[in-house]
Design a protein around this ligand. Structure first.
Ligand code: HSE
Length: 406
């Protein structure tokens, strides 16, 4: 018998409880032992709920119970999740989490504690919700050098950008609609400013390139400056705008960033719409592979968490080797990151021909996008570094600039 304790009976925790009960014989067969939820920890009471009899308010009951084999942490936030997971691992229990803040901040340390105690710390659901991406990275794509990862890893912002694109509605209107539908939080900052995606790309960059990437070092730009006019240009060139988490190795330098990118329709990420997530990985041998699905929500996220529980049971007695060491990775700066840029320059009373002449004297040859707005000149630059772009843009009336996915 494998006893599981679930820390947090919210959206994901209730999904974990439901899945372990509803698919119990299947899960137990795959795990090789009967899997049962022994405790659910929450501050709240749930009278009449199926967890009523196994609900506890005191975490010590779980930590001191030697028959608890696996702790599932689905509370979110760094504390008390960190303290609880650390205690569980030190008590010889494996831990599985969906908590990207916890993994981005303390993942490498918790992996070491798991090793020291001969147990496992798994976190498949922390990136891309129900989409398998952590296990593919650590177990399947082990042969390749990862050249690049591009991911749509935040459903809220992808929903907002899709609505702006499809319905021509402005950012504030779509955000309010998303909040009314429950797709965006009342305080949407973590999503729209890119902080959520930043934690996720920090985890993927650490795993892909094996050293610790501190999320605080990752250049992060959200979607608040994107306008419907930007999308008008995109329609003209067969492209879209997506908030991407991006990790790349270029000339031996590792880059990791979050920013809106122009994505052309020949990139598989172009068709990822609404709340869906997708992560495109480019390996030097494999080429491109894309992982697509639901990046949030109770059952999809819980499905990934419970698959970690099964893996933890299958690996009882040894710690799986995960290549993520605590040496800090110094990232390449955004000034050195090379990419083409989509740029809109206001005419400011001048005629288009003279503004184009100025653009060419600053940027050299560019690809113009004509016929969208009569009071602007818009174009795509050649590939250039961030500092080259800043220098070239000086003195021009730039209305908007968005990086272009290569
Ligand atoms: N707010 C997040 C999203 C939830 O929209 O993707 C999953 O991390």
């Amino acid at each position: 018998m494998i006893n599981v304790a679930i820390l947090g009976y919210g959206t994901v925790g209730s999904g974990v409880f439901k899945i372990i009960n509803e698919n119990n014989s299947h899960i137990s067969r795959r795990a090789g032992d009967d899997v049962k939820v022994k405790y659910v920890l929450d501050l709240r009471d749930f009278p009449g709920d199926p967890v009523e009899d196994i609900l506890v308010h005191d975490v010590d009951i779980i930590m001191n119970d030697e028959t608890v084999d696996v702790v599932v942490e689905v509370m979110g936030g760094v504390e008390p999740a960190y303290t609880f997971v650390k205690r569980a691992l030190e008590a010889g229990k494996s831990a599985c989490t969906s908590n990207k803040e916890l993994v981005a901040k303390h993942g490498v340390e918790l992996l070491q504690i798991a090793r020291d105690n001969n147990v496992n710390f798994f976190f498949e659901a922390s990136v891309g919700g129900g989409i398998p991406i952590i296990r593919p990275l650590i177990e399947c794509l082990t042969v390749d050098h990862i050249e690049e990862i591009q991911g749509i890893m935040n459903g809220t912002t992808n929903y907002i950008l899709t609505k702006m694109e499809d319905e021509g509605a402005d950012f504030d209107t779509v955000l309010k609609d998303a909040q009314d539908k429950g797709y965006a939080e009342r305080n949407p900052e973590a999503d729209i400013e890119g902080y959520d995606a930043c934690r996720k790309i920090a985890i993927l960059t650490s795993l892909a390139y094996e050293k610790q990437v501190d999320f605080e070092d990752i250049y992060t730009e959200g979607i608040t400056k994107i306008t419907t006019a930007d999308f008008d240009y995109m329609k003209k060139i067969g492209a879209s705008i997506k908030l991407l988490g991006m990790a790349r190795k270029d000339d031996g330098v590792t880059y990791s960033m979050v920013a809106p990118f122009v994505v052309y329709n020949d990139n598989p990420l172009y068709n990822v719409k609404d709340v869906f997530n997708a992560i495109l990985v480019k390996g030097d041998m494999l080429g491109e592979v894309m992982f697509y699905g639901k990046g949030a929500g109770s059952l999809p996220t819980a499905s990934a968490v419970v698959s970690d529980v099964v893996d933890a049971v299958k690996r009882q007695g040894y710690t799986e080797k995960i290549f993520w060491n605590d040496t800090k990775r110094i990232l390449g700066t955004v000034d050195a990151f090379t990419t083409p840029y989509f740029v809109r320059v206001g005419l400011g009373g001048e005629d288009a021909a003279s503004v184009k002449a100025a653009v060419e004297s600053h940027f050299g040859n560019v690809e113009y996008i004509d016929g969208v707005k009569s009071d602007e000149v818009a174009f795509i630059t050649k590939v250039m570094s961030g500092s080259e772009y800043d220098k070239a843009a000086e003195g021009l009336n730039v209305v908007s600039r968005i990086r272009v996915s290569k």
